[in-house]
Write a protein that binds this ligand. Structure first.
Ligand code: HEM
Length: 392
C-alpha cells in the first residue's frame, strides 16, 4: 500500500513530504480511499482527537486487529491500565543493569571480527531480549521466541501486499498458533506460581471484574513483542545512520555525553522510526479546508509532522542539542507510546556503548542502505558496518 513510494524515497521520504505539504497539508491518495495528513498541527489533532478519529483503522484488505493500539475508549482505557504500571520510568529503571549486560554481550560476539550487520547482530536482538525478559519467557524457550518474533516483525510487510505480503501473513498466522499453544502451557504455571513478570500481570489482570481470556492475553503478547522490538531496532540503527551522516554531531556527543538524551529525541524527530499511524474518521471531518469523508483510512504522517517548519526551526538540520523538541515520534494523547521510557532507556544504553566500543565505526559500503519494505516503519533492513577489531 505505502510502497507506491520507491526505495530511494523510503530511504529519504523527507523531500517528498515537504513537496506534498507545500501543495496541501491534507491530501487524498489517488484512488480516494486513503488520506494523508502531513503537517504537525493536523497530525497532532488526528492522533489526539479520538472522538473524531477512531483507532479502529486498518490498511485496506485487513480488518483491525483486536490489539489495544487499535481500540477506542472505554475498552482502550481498561486494556491500557492492565500494562501501564509495568512501563513507568520507575519500573523500567530497574532494567538498566541487565540492558547494559545484554548490550555488552552482543558487542562482545562481533568485536573481534571488526564488522557486523548492525541490524541482525545487534539492533534486532537487544529489544527482543529485553521484552522476552520482561514477559518472563524462560531462557530455554528463547530460540522459539526469536523465531516467533521474526514472523511478527515481518508482519509490517503484509501492508505492502503482493506475494511477499501474503507469505508474511501466512507466517504470522502460523507463529500466532504456535504462541497460542505455548501460552496454553505456560499460563497455568503462572497462575499457580506467580512471578514478577508481565505474563503474571496478564493472567492476574481483571477488566470489568473479569480475568482476561486467553485470546486477549495472546493479543497483548503479540502487541508488546511487535511494538517493543521493531521500533526500538529502528531507533538504534537510525541513530547510527544520523551520527555517521553528521560527524560533527557525533564529535559533540563524544565531547559532551550529557547530550545523549536530547540526541535520542532528535533521532526520533529527524528519522522517526514510526512514520505513520492509522486512523478512521467516525464522521465527515474538515481539516485545512479539505473534507475527509467518514470511514476512509487516514494516515497521520508523524515523520512529516516532525519536519514541519512551522514548528521546528531549520527542520532539515540534525542537531543533537535541539531544544525545544516537541516531536510526536511516540504519538500523542491516549495512545501515547506506553514503551517510550523503555525505548529511551535501551537507546541510552545501546548508543554510547556502540559508539565508544566500536572504534573507527563506519558503514561497510558506499552503496545505499536497504530500507524497510513499507514507509510506516522507517529504517534499514540491513546495515553492514566496519570498525577496528577490538578486545571482548
Ligand atoms: C523507538 C521506539 C518506539 C517508537 C518510535 C514507538 C512509537 C509508538 C507510537 C507512535 C505509538 C502511538 C500509536 C498510535 O497512536 O496509534 C505507540 C504506541 C504503543 N507503543 Fe510504542 N514505540 C516505541 C517503542 C515501544 C516499546 C519498547 C514498547 C513496549 C515494549 C511499545 C509499546 C507500545 C504500545 C503497547 C502502544 C499502544 C499504546 C496504546 O494504544 O495506548 N512501544 N508507539
Amino acid at each position: 500500500m505505502l510502497n507506491f513510494i520507491s526505495e530511494d524515497m523510503r530511504r529519504n521520504p523527507y523531500p517528498l513530504y515537504a513537496q506534498m505539504r507545500s501543495v496541501s497539508p491534507v491530501l487524498a491518495v489517488p484512488g480516494g480511499e486513503i488520506w494523508m495528513i502531513l503537517d504537525y498541527e493536523g497530525v497532532k489533532r488526528a492522533i489526539h482527537d479520538h472522538d473524531t478519529f477512531s483507532s479502529r483503522a486498518a490498511p485496506p484488505g485487513g480488518g483491525p486487529l483486536d490489539w489495544m493500539i487499535f481500540t477506542d475508549p472505554p475498552r482502550h482505557t481498561k486494556l491500557r491500565s492492565v500494562v501501564v504500571k509495568a512501563f513507568t520510568p520507575r519500573s523500567i529503571a530497574g532494567l538498566e543493569p541487565r540492558i547494559r549486560e545484554l548490550s555488552r554481550e552482543l558487542v562482545d560476539r562481533t568485536i573481534e571480527r571488526g564488522e557486523m550487520d548492525l541490524c541482525a547482530d545487534y539492533a534486532v536482538q537487544l529489544p527482543i531480549l529485553v521484552i522476552a525478559e520482561m514477559l518472563g519467557i524462560p531462557l530455554a524457550d528463547r530460540d522459539r521466541f526469536k523465531r516467533w518474533s521474526d514472523a511478527i516483525l515481518n508482519l509490517s510487510q503484509t501492508i505492502g501486499g503482493g506475494e511477499e505480503g501474503a507469505r508474511a501473513a501466512r507466517e504470522f498466522g502460523a507463529a500466532r498458533e504456535e504462541i497460542r499453544a505455548y501460552l496454553a502451557g505456560i499460563l497455568p504455571e503462572r497462575r499457580r506460581a506467580p512471578e514478577d513478570d508481565l505474563l503474571t500481570r496478564l493472567v492476574e489482570a481483571e477488566v470489568d471484574g473479569e480475568r482476561l481470556v486467553e485470546d486477549e492475553i495472546l493479543d497483548f503478547f503479540l502487541l508488546l513483542l511487535l511494538a517493543g522490538s521493531e521500533t526500538t531496532t529502528n531507533l538504534i540503527t537510525n541513530a547510527i545512520l544520523c551520527l555517521l551522516d553528521h560527524p560533527s554531531e557525533l564529535a559533540r556527543l563524544r565531547a559532551s555525553p550529557a547530550l545523549w538524551p536530547s540526541a535520542i529525541e532528535e533521532v526520533l524527530r529527524y528519522r522517526s522510526p514510526v512514520q505513520a499511524v492509522f486512523r478512521a474518521p467516525r464522521r465527515d471531518v474538515e481539516m485545512h479546508g479539505q473534507p475527509i469523508p467518514a470511514g476512509k483510512l487516514v494516515l497521520a504522517m508523524i515523520g512529516s509532522a516532525n519536519r514541519d517548519p512551522k514548528v521546528f526551526e531549520a527542520p532539515e538540520r540534525f542537531d543533537v542539542g535541539r531544544d525545544p523538541n516537541p516531536h510526536v515520534g511516540f504519538g500523542h494523547g491516549i495512545h501515547f507510546c506506553i514503551g517510550a521510557p523503555l525505548a529511551r532507556l535501551e537507546a541510552k544504553v545501546a548508543l554510547p556503548d556502540l559508539v565508544s566500543r566500536l572504534e573507527g565505526l563506519r558503514l561497510a559500503s558506499n552503496a545505499p542502505w536497504e530500507p524497510r519494505k513499507t514507509l510506516h516503519v522507517h529504517g534499514p533492513t540491513r546495515l553492514p558496518i566496519r570498525f577496528e577489531p577490538g578486545r571482548r
